[in-house]
Design a protein around this ligand. Structure first.
Ligand code: SF4
Length: 305
């Protein structure tokens, strides 16, 4: 069986689309309708007339797609694909965090479950976090779940105290300051591009800090030829592929070979085929929670579309 052709056939039969996050195995792009970061994918899907969305990503991403497309069936290829960072906080922990710091606006990273989003004031992405927090015109915010993105916001907004929950991305924390120093030594002409989920000591050593989307745009526009990628492997893989296809003559080197999100890589072409065929692994969200989570996302989009 040619699995790629079978998936394409099923997509047509079922009026389905496939969303693929940049941290997925690159072979999944071949069957995808949209490839990108999580919010872009969910918004793109909401603007289609598809009946089924297959989200090749992690659980909270599929939930985001359902929040924005309540009338579409959203399927996650592998139910074991959860974001380790998003799973570090649940509603109970969030309520305790809020109770310990009362009367302070609560900002949640898009990397959080619908249930957590529903109890926060506003959502942010790694692209717009600084701008959205600034728009709150406050000198203090609570930030969940990623402590490092929160600290990145605080670094950029000198007059705002960001009180962070102690969540983190285990994949990005595998990048150590020594990796940055070694990369600088071994590739003196390279630019080092890092994600704000990295440890602050790592981000400080980067030439550019930005979201997945911002890193990819920066790399594409830059006149430099060599780049060290300090984020998940899928980003380096896609940039190298695009450089080859488009003759950019650029080389993208992953900062170290351990920067692979194990949960992102759980989705396979076989899983995608199976969920399309069986329509199993459907994402369902209580409507009250969905509406509250939607409002948290909507407030962000009002500030930064
Ligand atoms: S790379 Fe980190 S933040 Fe992204 S899905 Fe994996 S565990 Fe979550």
């Amino acid at each position: 069986m040619d699995i790629v052709q079978e998936i394409k056939k099923l997509k047509k039969e079922k009026n389905a689309i496939i969303l693929t996050h940049c941290y997925q195995e690159i072979e999944i792009d071949e069957v995808s309708d949209f490839v990108g970061d999580s919010l872009y994918l969910s918004r793109a899907a909401a603007n289609t007339n598809a009946d089924i969305i297959v989200f090749a990503g992690v659980y909270f991403m599929a939930q985001s797609a359902k929040i924005l497309s309540p009338n579409k069936k959203v399927l996650l290829p592998n139910m074991e694909s959860g974001c380790l960072m998003a799973d570090m906080i649940d509603v109970e922990k969030l309520r305790t965090f809020k109770a310990n710091h009362p009367n302070i606006p609560v900002v949640c990273y898009i990397n959080s479950t619908a249930e957590v989003k529903a109890e926060c004031d506003i959502c942010v992405t790694s692209s717009n976090a600084v701008e959205v927090v600034k728009s709150l015109n406050t000198n203090k915010v609570l930030f969940v779940p990623d402590t490092y993105l929160g600290k990145w916001v605080e670094h950029n907004l000198k007059d705002v105290e960001v009180i962070t929950f102690n969540g983190f991305c285990p994949t990005h924390l595998r990048i150590r300051p020594e990796d940055m120093i070694n990369a600088r030594k071994n590739y003196p002409n390279a630019l080092i591009l890092a994600h704000p989920e990295c440890h602050r000591e790592v981000a400080k050593l980067a030439d550019f800090v930005g979201s997945t989307k911002e890193i990819m745009e920066f790399a594409k526009k830059s006149d430099n030829k060599t780049f060290i990628i300090a984020t998940e492997k899928g980003v380096a893989d896609r940039l190298n592929r695009d450089s080859l296809i488009n003759n950019w003559g650029k080389n993208f080197i992953l900062i170290n070979d351990k920067i692979i999100c194990p949960n992102m890589k759980k989705n396979t072409l076989a899983d995608i085929y199976n969920v399309l065929l069986t329509e199993k692994n459907e994402i369902e969200i209580n409507e009250d929670i969905r509406l509250k989570a939607y409002s948290t996302i909507e407030k962000m989009l009002y500030v930064k579309n």
